[in-house]
Write a protein that binds this ligand. Structure first.
Ligand SMILES: *Cc1c(COP(=O)(O)O)cnc(C)c1O
Length: 410
């Protein structure tokens, strides 16, 4: 019997389960895991052609492995890009992007609210090799426009941001980039393709930390870069062959299987996050809630349009600590709320089915100065919750325990 070929124009939920199923001779229904460092070649001539890139065929798992290929094809199908490269982590995907696109003397414009390691990699590490960078406001398109230079090659944004959930206009930034002959990259970690497909809004490259929602169960570190086949063949594969940013077959397999439940998880976790954010906004001990799904969010309309009508699963909030807020008391109150949880995990990871809770000012943003934190809007009373799949009533009760205890604490 001939192998069935998937019809065109399938929905995202179907692609998440069905795209890129690799069949071995055994016809297994679940994808195989190819744990092998190298591949046996039929003869020396074929080996020579494969190593020269003149013939398709696996050779060595530093640059190609069937399980990694399946994960790449499935993610590309979900993002609507021609191709994808799996990498050992989200940071390795950013590293790959910068190594492939930039050289000494080139200029990058980056949102100042992106993931902290991204800022350190671009400004610090690539700065050492003569790459220039300018950091601008996430939401003010005029600042991106004003930062354009003749040598600008890349614009890089992340939306929504961590932990304050600022949303940027992908289409508007793509227009700024393209008018300047530059490319726009979007870190799509927080939404995942289940909510937001940046290339459909004009972005050229998508960065993923597979560690977050793609795996979805907090098991592995993984990453990916999605873009055109041309850029992958010409700019990124040469780097992959030499640089060793390789995604392991095992981790690729975990992410591949994780993606099968991506869209139902994203919907369920976003629904719970909206309920939690709405409830938090009504608590007298909470000064402010940051969540794109709330009408009070400054970019609510844009977020709903860009993110399939969902706010994502990350909610941040400031606990009250007097007026004006006293930073010492704010930190004490935030720690009290975090330490009173019995269900949530105290960890800085996100994108897990288990709800996580963290204090950004002393963890993810703990190594910058107080002045830098204040400029970024990350106060000592800020708490970030990455909502998982627990029952929403249990999550509310978990936060209520600490919040309602604050009245006696202050
Ligand atoms: C976690 C994260 C990264 C880095 O991913 P790793 O897999 O930890 O290397 C990059 N961007 C965002 C938005 C993240 O949350």
């Amino acid at each position: 019997m001939a192998e069935k070929k998937l019809p065109d124009h399938l929905h995202l939920d179907t692609l998440a389960v069905r795209a890129a199923v690799d069949k071995s001779q055994y016809g297994e229904n679940s994808e195989a895991l190819y744990l092998t460092s190298s591949f046996v070649q039929p003869d020396a001539e074929t080996a020579a052609r494969r190593f020269a890139g003149e013939e398709e065929g696996y050779t060595y798992s530093r640059f190609s492995n069937p399980t990694v290929t399946s994960m790449e094809q499935r993610l590309a199908a979900l993002e609507g890009t021609e191709a994808c490269i799996g990498t050992s982590s989200g940071m390795a995907a950013i590293m790959l992007m910068c190594m492939g696109l930039l050289k000494a003397g080139d200029h990058v414009i980056c949102s100042q609210s992106v993931f902290g390691s991204t800022i350190r990699l671009i400004a610090g590490e690539f700065g050492k090799f003569g790459v220039q960078s300018t950091f601008v406001s996430q939401t003010d398109v005029a600042q991106w426009q004003a930062a354009i230079q003749p040598n600008t090659r890349l614009l890089f944004a992340e939306t929504p941001t961590n932990p304050l959930t600022d949303v940027c206009d992908i289409q508007a930034l793509a227009d700024v980039a393209h008018a300047a002959g530059a490319l726009l990259a979007v870190d799509n970690c927080f939404c995942s393709p289940a909510l937001q497909q940046p290339v459909k809004l004009g972005a050229d490259l998508i960065i993923h930390s597979g560690t977050k929602y793609l795996d979805g169960q907090g098991r592995v570190i993984a990453g990916a870069l999605c873009t055109t086949k041309k850029l992958i063949d010409e700019k990124f594969m040469p780097v992959m062959r030499s640089a060793g940013l390789t995604l392991s077959a095992f981790n690729a397999w975990v992410v591949l299987k994780g993606m099968e439940t991506l869209s139902i998880r994203m919907k369920a976790q976003s629904d719970s996050a909206l309920q939690l954010a709405t409830w938090l906004e009504a608590q007298p001990q909470v000064a402010r809630v940051y969540y794109p799904g709330l009408k009070s969010h400054p970019q609510h309309a844009l977020a709903m349009q860009q993110q399939s009508g969902l706010g994502g699963a990350v909610v941040s909030f400031d606990v009250r600590a007097g007026k004006p807020a006293d930073p010492v008391q704010a930190r004490k109150n935030a720690f009290h709320v975090i330490d009173s949880t019995l269900v949530c995990s105290i960890t800085a990871n996100l994108g897990d089915t288990k709800t996580t809770i963290t204090h950004p000012a002393s963890t993810s943003h703990g190594r910058i100065t107080e002045a830098q934190r204040q400029a970024a809007g990350i106060g000592q009373g800020l708490i970030r919750v990455a909502v998982g799949l627990e029952n929403i009533e249990d999550l509310k009760a978990d936060l209520a325990r600490g919040l309602h205890g604050l009245d006696t604490l202050t």
